[in-house]
Design a protein around this ligand. Sequence first.
Ligand code: GMT
Length: 374
Amino acid sequence: MNIAIVCYPTIGGSGLIATELGIGLAELGHNVHFISYSTPFKLSSYRENISFHSVDPINYPLFNQSLYTFALTAKIIEVVNDYEIDVVHAHYSIPHSLCAHLAREISDKCFKIVTTLHGTDVTIVGQDKPLYPINKYGIEKSDHVTTVSQFQKDYTLQEFNIDKTVHVIYNFIDTEVFKPSETHCRRSSLAADDEKIVMHVSNFRDVKNPIGALKSFAEASKQVKARLVLVGDGPELLKIKIHCRELDICDKVKYMGKVDNVESILPLADCVLQPSHRESFGMVLLESMACEVPTISSNVDGIPEVIVHGETGYMEEPDDHEAMAAHIVTVLTDPELNARLGQNGRQRAIDVFHKDIIIPQYLRCYQSACDSQL
Ligand code: GMT
């Protein structure tokens, strides 16, 4: 098949899944055309069957807004005209799916549109009243709609009052990349030998509740010698530094900044702490499971579909810091439990979320869209 993938290129769940999906499809022999404003971070080197088409910005002096959506629409039209595209797979309803619809309307090509809803586009952006009808249109007019958890499906159908089949296709992982050992990064660069490592990985937006992570860690670190390793960057980071001072834990926190190859440091964690307020899926949890690292997380949205409480990690209300801290202490002080949770997590990642199980589900979805009438 000739497949165009429209996605955000940045580090983040949706960009990552879109890129890994494209790589997986290309390895199966399909021609994959990525369309975005810059090269997705995993695609910096040449790969067979993959091309990247950069959206050219419209910098016309008359317009004081950058017209990204029109530039993207123009690029989709160019790619479908040049490459006989069967399916445009849009990751996010706004703006990607909408641009694909506009491109189909304008071009005379009969490609199909598959839209994947990743969460933020529906639970957060979707709540924006002026954008609501646009979001709904993008979803309803797609040939197939997929989303990453049953929670997200139910939420979408209810919030948008949509009478349409939405397919749940879970996010996936390459367990040969995310695995427990052979990390290039030495543990001693993160923490002292007698300190346990609690890791939080996010884009430090409010929704990830990084302050909640600090508070739970602060509570736990009264009982066990540990270091909080913060991986990523984002708008809440400044507040975090202030909170560290208030909680008197500055000397127990290490900031890593953005790390592209998170698989090189995740296996060094003794547990991962993700108390998000919203999470349609939670890629970091799956990545941790694959690395045999137990997870302490919130129990919101799609997380209970990823984590098995008591078997691969523990879930609590996002701001129940005492309960989270108690779990952190337990997994850091009981090595046998820690190993068992880790091994169960990896097994679940292999059995349920392995890329070889999930990528064919997308292919079937494309095939079914192509088999259906326009
Ligand atoms: O959560 C973010 O900040 C990033 C966002 C994205 O668009 O990449 O993540 C969403 O999609 C991921 C991939 O499907 C999911 O794993 C995340 O749970 C989801 N985020 C939210 O629902 C808040």
